[in-house]
Design a protein around this ligand. Structure first.
Ligand code: IVH
Length: 689
């Protein structure tokens, strides 16, 4: 082979390797869905490295081998931004009024009539990291700069190149100049891992993800940056040349994602103030479940044409606003500690607090979880404590404010007897939970059991809330679950705050609840570890109550998600004569459900299950069905409804204002159906073509 043709082959091979590595880096870092094993990626990488070492002229700036260049800089060079990097105005009113004020302001500035249709907005997350401008020329990353004062930032190209999520070359056909702007941040789990690593190696630990990300980007030695687990999300563009820009912010983000740059799937097109408020509430409720910290949400007028009309006010655009969430932590006084007895007897120490406004509501009780948590936090009555209420999570005491106590306060002790029924308090070996051993003898456990039984997803007894349960148990009218069905109107009407009408309503609700399903009934019994999903699986697997009650542990373990602990708990429950009596009494009170044979039975074929074995995901708002209705229909057809989209998802059913799940479905190529197609699917098991 001649030298020339060898060189040609090497060049072609290098180009092919670069393209492969770029593709797989995108799958791995951006989509989080690798197609090849890590070892195979490494093999390709090493081949390219060797090839470039033998032919240095083949090395290109966008080669994946060029991420860490090794030289330490003396300082960061200034970079003047062609398009200034602006900041965002912050709305200080964290309530819904904050979103309404922004919408009203935009409408006023656009001189829209009161009856003009709602404006379309792009709602995004406000990432908490460091703003970066990525400059791509002909698709190749040529420069990365911090925001600085907005006019002039710092050149951090050497560091940004170390971030795997940031492509060195854009995918597809890239314009001559495209600056992509976004935030470098650190995911919570990555941050925890980093600190764990630091602790193990005797290094200093970092205070929070934000400062760590900012510090890492501004390093002089790229090797230091490379050792920090940085992530990136794009939210806009800077200078653009030779590109037909999409007409909306939402389409712009879609295009950026197409170029292979990460854009968060937690973005949604919404309409009017109501849409903004819904997004704000939704994200606030899920805030702690997101894999990274956020600083609020950002609303942007979606149409770029309207953005241009609205323009800027000194350094902030009029078309965007950052909307924060109610503070999740506040300090207040711990007035006392009480014990709450749960349905299964668990004793939870509850902090009685000086009422304080936190996370959007007034909180006067907060959980201390268990004795060990309480001790760890070192809180005592009279202390100033920090209370946290995040989203829908139960308020908790995080710890005490610094400062010495002026008086001696005794530590809290677990009593030996249940504060409600006097039964012995026990703690299983290795468990942090103290329990009342009284079972249904304990009025507190009885009350909780009744409330659970009456719950919407259990027997759904309308009107049987905690006040009434309290009264019924305290008045001695109800000892066990079947007692509920012996209640008469006269008896009930004699209770305080109970009129004839409410009494009659309750009796009617009790009557209605008798028309049940096996799954609901199993769930309503309150068997430890048997949640709604397990109850449904049990009902479907065994078909009849008798079979569930008679099943041996190994038979129970054949039900999906039932392991030995759950199986044992079911066995223990049904082995107790008391529970068998309760079940029998409930059935003779008239509780019934449609009987059908289980998976083993032949009668099963009588019910068509067109979607057996499939997994569907629901997202957004359907026009004619509630979530629960859609779920019931899908499950009746034999399919599972999953909470998140994965490669195993067969269909995503999307309604209006569908968000991240829809984006994820598109990413993974999962078919997306609307409500009509869902009905077709339910009927036939296939989609109309
Ligand atoms: S847009 C035209 N979108 O917030 C406004 N910024 O206070 C330009 N940030 O420097 C920024 N998430 O670092 C925008 N979804 C988002 C954002 C976001 C976080 C940061 C960004 C910016 C600062 C503005």
């Amino acid at each position: 082979m001649s030298h020339m043709s060898q060189a040609r082959d090497a060049a072609a091979r290098a180009e092919w390797l670069r393209a492969q590595l770029q593709h797989h880096a995108w799958r791995y870092y951006v989509l989080d869905a690798p197609e090849i094993p890590d070892a195979e990626y490494d093999r390709l990488f090493q081949e390219l490295q060797a090839l470039e070492a033998a032919h240095p002229e083949l090395r290109t700036a966008d080669s994946p081998t060029q991420r860490v260049l090794g030289s330490v800089l003396e300082g960061l060079a200034p970079v003047r931004h062609v398009v200034p990097m602006l900041s965002i105005q912050t709305e200080t009113d964290t309530s819904a009024a904050g979103a309404r004020a922004f919408d009203a302001r935009v409408r006023r500035e656009l001189a829209l009539a009161d009856d003009a249709p709602p404006l379309q907005y792009m709602a995004e997350l406000k990432f908490d990291g460091l703003a970066i401008n990525l400059r791509y020329e002909a698709g190749v990353l040529v420069q990365a700069a911090t925001r600085g004062d907005g006019e002039t930032g710092e050149d951090v190209t050497h560091n940004i190149r170390t971030i795997g999520q940031i492509p060195l070359r854009l995918r597809g056909k890239a314009p001559p100049v495209l600056e992509i702007r976004g935030e470098v941040y650190i995911r919570r789990a990555d941050f925890e891992r980093l600190n764990a690593h630091q602790r193990e190696h005797g290094g200093k630990t970092f205070v929070n993800p934000r400062n760590t990300a900012a510090g890492a980007v501004r390093q002089l030695d790229p090797a230091v940056t490379a050792s920090r687990p940085l992530s990136f999300y794009a939210y806009g563009v800077g200078e653009v040349r030779g590109w037909h820009e999409p007409p909306t912010q939402s389409a712009l983000l879609d295009a950026i994602a197409e170029f292979g740059v990460p854009a968060s799937a937690e973005r949604r097109i919404v309409h009017g103030a109501a849409g903004l408020v819904r997004f704000h509430d939704d994200i606030e409720a899920r805030r702690d479940a997101l894999p990274f910290d956020i600083d609020g949400v950002v609303y942007k007028v979606d149409a770029l044409e309207l953005q241009r009309r609205l323009g800027f006010k000194t350094r902030e655009p009029r078309w965007a606003v950052a909307h924060k969430f109610a503070a999740q932590e506040q300090a207040t006084r711990l007035n006392g500690i009480e014990l709450q007895v749960g349905r299964t007897g668990k004793l939870t120490p509850v902090a009685k607090l000086e009422p304080v406004f936190v996370g959007g509501t007034t909180v006067s009780n907060a959980t201390l979880h268990n004795l060990f948590e309480l001790r760890r936090k070192g809180v005592r009555i009279g202390d100033e404590v920090i209370v946290r209420r995040a989203g829908d999570v139960i308020p908790e005491v995080v710890g005490r404010m610094p400062g010495a106590r002026r008086y001696y306060v005794p530590n809290f002790h677990m009593p030996h007897a249940c504060p409600v029924c006097g039964s012995r308090v026990v703690r299983e070996k290795g468990s942090v939970e103290h329990r009342c051993s009284g079972g249904l003898f304990c009025a507190a456990q009885r009350k909780q059991a009744l409330l659970h039984f009456a719950g919407r997803r259990a027997m759904d007894i309308e009107g049987l809330g905690d006040k009434l349960v309290e009264q019924l148990v305290d008045a001695g009218l109800v000892h066990t679950l079947p007692d509920l069905y012996r209640l008469g109107v006269a008896e009930l009407a004699a209770l305080e705050r109970m009129g004839d009408k409410s009494a009659a309503n309750l009796v009617a609700a009790l009557e209605r609840s008798k028309d049940a399903t096996l799954a609901r009934f199993l769930y309503a019994l309150g068997i430890r570890h048997v949640g709604e999903a397990t109850a449904r699986d049990l009902a479907q697997h065994f078909g009849t109550l008798e079979r569930v009650m008679a099943a041996a542990p190994d038979e129970l373990c054949q039900v999906s998600d039932v392991g030995s602990v759950v199986a044992q708990s079911i066995r223990t429950f049904f082995e107790q004569p008391h529970h068998r009596e309760v079940v029998a009494a409930l059935r003779s009170a008239g509780i019934h459900w449609p009987e059908h044979e289980g998976a083993a039975g032949a009668a099963r074929s009588a019910t068509p299950r067109p979607l057996a074995g499939r997994t569907l995901v629901l997202t957004g708002t359907l026009a004619h069905l509630t979530r629960d209705e859609a779920r019931a229909l899908i499950e009746a057809a034999g399919a599972k409804v999953a909470a998140s989209v994965s490669k195993k998802t067969d269909y995503v059913i999307a309604g209006s204002e569908a968000g991240s799940k829809l984006a994820r479905a598109h990413e993974l190529g999962v078919p997306v159906l609307d409500e009509d197609a869902l009905h077709a699917l339910l009927a036939a098991g296939t989609t109309p073509s």
